[in-house]
Ligand binder design. Structure first.
Ligand code: ATP
Length: 317
């Protein structure tokens, strides 16, 4: 079932002393979905991941994992979760096979089925021929694969990954992201990160958390719409009076950058590009450069998270 809801978070808060590190957040994750949980340092990502994985009690709120309430039925809820914390829990002095066998027993996989579970997890995580190697001798990228393998060995419907690519090199990052996308086809995955391109490369849903508040929850397509251009950078050899450009349908304002270079801001519903090109030809304005300016995810992120900082809500609870 591709639309099966696997994680339901309702009005979740967590206080440390008098400070609310996570404030009244609600969201859900479905099977087949990779949710990116994005936020600056200290935003509350790790706190949320620790609550979802059953390692930290919420102050208020409810979490259901695969239909099981995390507080009322922790055993079944936790069995439905695979968790890769920020520091992978791998034992450097064990071989990959020894470690995964140990994880299989911790996850209460029957003795007779442990070997098959281990081999299946290794294949999914690209660890096929590393079974006899000591974890301490593996590269950081492969150690991260072992961390992922321990998270999925018991075939949990939900996988929670806290900053899964921190400290990896670009090739390892690419491989781990590919692996996460593959896992996302069969599971519900939530991954926390402060790396913006990671979300674009890996996730289909994005949430931004800032100072404990959920300030954005959108699909990657929705996010792309936020990023759509509404500014043109143009260069004219013989620019007219700027009022002529302001009159073009859709144009909201024009900024002179000097040397015939202009920034034309427009209403996304009425793109003035065609009219601008035609008028330039008719009137010999000498248009020699025209480039849409896209807002980057970073622009959106900074905009959303700093807006939030400018109007802080009260702490307490
Ligand atoms: P980072 O990316 O830096 O790990 P984060 O988004 O994961 O940040 P959290 O680790 O969840 O953020 O922390 C959220 C807030 O709660 C921070 O202000 C942090 O200082 C505070 N905090 C976290 N753990 C504790 C704790 N055990 N006691 C007191 N305050 C804490």
């Amino acid at each position: 079932m591709s639309d099966e809801v696997l994680v339901e978070v309702e009005d979740l808060s967590r206080a440390y002393g008098g400070m609310l590190a996570v404030r009244h957040i609600s969201f859900s994750i479905r099977r087949g979905q990779v949710l990116g949980f994005l936020g600056p340092n200290g935003a509350g990502k790790t706190t949320t991941m620790q609550i979802l994985s059953g390692n930290l009690a919420p102050t208020t709120g409810r979490v259901r994992i695969a239909g099981h309430d995390l507080l009322e039925d922790p055993r079944h809820a936790k069995q439905a979760i695979g968790y890769l914390p920020e520091q992978p829990p791998v034992y450097r002095e064990l071989t990959v096979d020894e470690f995964l066998d140990y994880c299989a027993s911790l996850n209460r996989i029957e003795r007779g089925k442990r070997r098959a579970a281990r081999e299946a997890a290794k294949i999914k995580c690209g660890l096929g021929d590393t079974g006899k190697r000591l974890i301490g001798n593996l590269s950081k990228g492969y150690q991260q694969r072992v961390g992922l393998a321990q998270a999925i060995i018991h075939l949990p419907p939900v996988i929670i990954l806290d900053e899964p690519t921190v400290g990896l090199d670009p090739i390892q990052i690419r491989e781990i992201r590919h692996l996460i996308r593959e896992l996302g086809k069969e599971h519900g995955v939530i991954l926390s990160t402060h790396i913006l391109p990671e979300v674009q490369a890996t996730c289909d849903q994005v949430q931004i958390i800032s100072k404990g508040d959920l300030v954005l929850n959108d699909s990657i397509e929705g996010l792309s719409r936020h990023m759509q251009s509404s500014t043109l950078a143009i260069a004219l050899r013989d620019p007219p009076d700027l009022a002529r450009i302001r009159e073009i349908a859709g144009v909201k304002s024009v900024q002179d950058q000097g040397d015939g270079r202009l920034h034309v801001f427009y209403d996304p519903a009425t793109d003035p590009t065609d009219a601008l090109v035609e008028l330039s030809v008719q009137n010999r304005w000498g248009l020699y450069e025209l480039q849409p300016q896209r807002a980057s995810l970073e622009d959106i992120f900074v905009h959303i998270t700093t807006e939030e900082q400018e109007s802080p809500k009260g702490t307490a609870a």
